[in-house]
Design a protein around this ligand. Sequence first.
Ligand code: AGP
Length: 613
Amino acid sequence: MCGIVGCIGKKDVVCNVLSGLETIEYRGYDSAGIVCRDENTQALVWVKACGDLVALKEALVEKPLHAPIALGHTRWATHGGVTVENTHPHFDCHHTIALVHNGIIENYRALRADLESRGHVFRSQTDTEAVAHVLEEKLKTTASPKEALLATVKELEGSFALAILLRDLDDTLLFVRNRSPLCVGLGEDSASVVSDMLSLDQSIQQYAILPDQTIGIVRANFCEVYNFDGSPCELVYQPFTWLGQLKNKKNYEHYMLKEIHEQKQVIIDVVKYVRTLGNNWYSAIGLQKEEIQKLESIFGVACGTSYHAACMAHQYMRSIAHIHSYAERASEFLYQPEMPLKNCLYYVLSQSGETADTLETLRMLKKSGQKVLGIINVPTSSMARESTGILHMNAGLEVAVASTKSFTVQVVLLYWLAYKIAQEKGLVDSFAVEQAENDLLVCAQLLDGMIDKYQATIDERATYYASFSKYIFLGRQESFPFAQEAALKLKEIAYIFVEAYQAGELKHGPLALVDKNMPVVVFSSLDPIIYRKLLSNVQEVKARGGIVIAFAFEGQNELIAVASESFVFPVVAVHLGPLVMVSLMQYWVYRIALSLGRSIDKPRNLAKSVTVE
Ligand code: AGP
């Protein structure tokens, strides 16, 4: 997943491109580049730098660029290492074509071999560069840039959002959209082609999400779009209100910390939102009453943190809605033959709504005739547009690569959905639903207080926690996927190795790992039977000299007594134990990463939205 920003204006737009790249740097920050025309020679000139945008800005001090049309890119490396040569933009043999790309050209090796056999000289190891040379060839043999683009896309396989600057085509950017997202913005004297509407600048008055499999030409306040078969394609424009003000850290040191503290309000807002759906809630999310009443199972597909949220729903769906619940990682589900389940509600869960594995799963399920509910945070995303029905997450902009509030909102929505399904099936009444909503609000009110209660301890002991190079996290029932989510957090922002296990599994092998150099963190449960089982698992650890850090509940005195140290939480509704733990877990991980000097909001090797498979 990379970020594309192309700008056209009356005056110098290089600064617009840079600020646009800053707002979508979450999409990848291995390296960045920018290209425009030299104002005197009209030759293409460019600056590239490895590292995040700070490095590009420093390089621009050495070699300033100024132009009324410019193209920029932030890269998350897929093919070819993190080097200046592999940084976008990429060029044809004679630097008459500059292009930036998000996606993967799956047949680039064959293309490159054929082009090199015809004398083309490649400068990088990327898949992207092949597109520049194919376009170079097509421009020689077609009557117009439009025809050349149509001929070019016929040669390409894979996912590709492209923005292109031709040295000899004034005031114009070309673009292509195939699977990877791309958006066009128009202003009175300006235009933009961007990966994410977040990066549109204040001059833009209207925007359109480009339909899949289209090419086009954009100039100031003008855009022409064609389908891959050459037929014209009408864009649906929306009025645009600049979003730049949404991205600010307020008085927090990091976006992650801000977003951890936003969780209380976000839960309150989400409960308010679902209450507005009223009794016809199912039609608001694209379903019929009868479908809900006949429902026998629910099947969630997602990636990463969103997958963990889908796993959290298991208990809710089984014990509250009395239906089977399945959760699959999209990258696996995509390639396994699946017998569609009858009377099953399929849903995709995604903060960005652009995760390639999940998006392709959505498309595959729809192609097989399934209705798919999208539980999505970005309302303008591909998944939000392509889902049969949508349950908006309304979590607000989440900037930090490590998901926090989006995970919490997903858990809240799935808990609520379990109760609404139970209500339609006559298992619970409206008072039980109201009580469930109130239970969610109780958790919301407790979140910040738990950080206040333990912040001093965690801040003081962060170096100690960070001194371990490996951890085991334990949970049972819904606290197991929560343990998996906590483990993902510690891995992705502190770069510490963590293995999450169902606590009952420890004695079947992993217990051999336990010693004083590998702390065991146990996330307790409010279910009394599960708690007793967890307690004996923890005693097995203690009996071998292991260090136990317990996320326990008031009254669980045996666990608190046997643990080396504990964070003690108020008792809440039986299935909402992880929800009341979530902010403190995230803060604990955040402080460990901070004490290690990690890049909190942009961890190494990662990106916020993984738009490549
Ligand atoms: C989690 O902290 C990561 N950001 C990552 O696992 C993320 O949850 C995953 O890539 C799925 O993203 P999505 O929710 O936008 O689909």
